[in-house]
Design a protein around this ligand. Structure first.
Ligand code: ADP
Ligand code: MG
Length: 287
């Protein structure tokens, strides 16, 4: 599709109400899935984030890295297992999770944003004790899988105030400085609430929440919090969608008015969600 100069101008003007609405507002983006692996998509996500920043929004990036962790574990011959969408994390696995998320993945995203003309700073939940964590399952069945106990957002405030885009690896710590592997969706939601964000956008590899995972036309465009228990019982919300939906519920009930699960495989999906009326994916609402 090639646009004339006039059409380009019209596209920009169409975005004006959204730019005005979100000026100075905080938008948390959970980055994961295919959009993190495919080079072309990766670049488009970085451009979207940088553009958001330059039109006056304050993007805060929280990333996952599941496929990279699985890749590294298999290279090292360490087996990995999932329970309800969460990776069972023993001591060896935790070491790799921290290396891959905090080292490789985090810095790649920082480089990507910088290369697209933005200014990013990468941190993990250890920096400034950003994410205090505890065992998600105190029986120990899941190992060092954590849940957020508390967010200390001062470090993010400092980063934002100085004009940088924070890029956060979902590693938590407890009082003994033990590291925890926390699902990035849960971290994104807690940070969105703690930072008083106006919007939370979760990028994933499906069009949104589907009634039937085999049928991409069965998208649930609006999910009400009150409908969630029923969908969980029916097995519609399953696997990785369990923490994802749980996180959206936590965010909308915690005051983040706009929460969306969108398809990161669609080029520029973040821009489409933020700057167009149509919106895409599943919007979770507090009803
Ligand atoms: P991410 O990296 O985005 O967190 P996950 O694998 O953790 O991805 O979660 C998304 C996955 O959840 C989908 O790829 C799909 O396999 C699974 N899933 C389970 N139930 C549903 C559903 N009802 N609609 C869409 N996806 C679902
Ligand atoms: Mg997930």
């Amino acid at each position: 599709m090639i646009l004339s100069a006039m059409e380009k101008a019209e596209v920009l003007v169409e975005a004006l109400p959204y730019i005005k609405d979100f000026y100075g507002k905080r938008v948390v983006i959970k980055y994961g899935g295919a959009a993190m692996i495919d080079c072309d998509l990766k670049k488009k996500v970085m451009q979207d984030i940088v553009l958001m920043k330059y039109v006056g929004m304050l993007p805060i990036v929280v990333h996952g890295g599941g496929p990279e962790i699985t890749g590294m574990l298999s290279r090292l011959g360490i087996k990995t297992e999932f329970v309800d969408g969460l990776r069972v994390t023993d001591r060896d696995t935790m070491e790799i999770v921290e290396m891959v998320l905090g080292g490789k993945v985090n810095k790649e995203i920082v480089s990507g944003i910088n290369a697209s003309g933005g200014k990013a700073i990468g941190i993990s939940g250890k920096d400034g004790e950003l994410i205090k964590a505890r065992y998600i399952d105190p029986t120990g069945r899941l190992g060092f899988v954590g849940e957020v106990e508390q967010i200390n957002p001062q470090i993010i405030e400092t980063v934002i105030e100085n004009g940088y885009i924070p890029v956060i690896a979902p590693i938590g710590i407890d009082d003994e400085q033990q590291s925890y592997n926390i699902n990035a969706d849960l971290v994104a939601a807690s940070i969105a609430v703690a930072m008083d964000a106006d919007k939370l956008v979760l990028l994933t590899d499906v069009p949104g929440l589907l009634k039937d995972t085999q049928d991409s036309s069965s998208l649930i465009s609006v999910l009400r919090v009150s409908e969630v228990p029923e969908y969980v019982n029916e097995g519609i919300i399953a696997g990785g969608m369990i923490p994802k939906v749980q996180c959206c519920v936590e965010a909308v009930t915690g005051g983040v008015s706009r929460t969306h699960i969108i398809d990161g495989r669609v080029p520029h999906s973040i821009l489409l969600e933020i700057f167009t009326k149509e919106g895409i994916g599943t919007m979770v609402v507090n009803e």
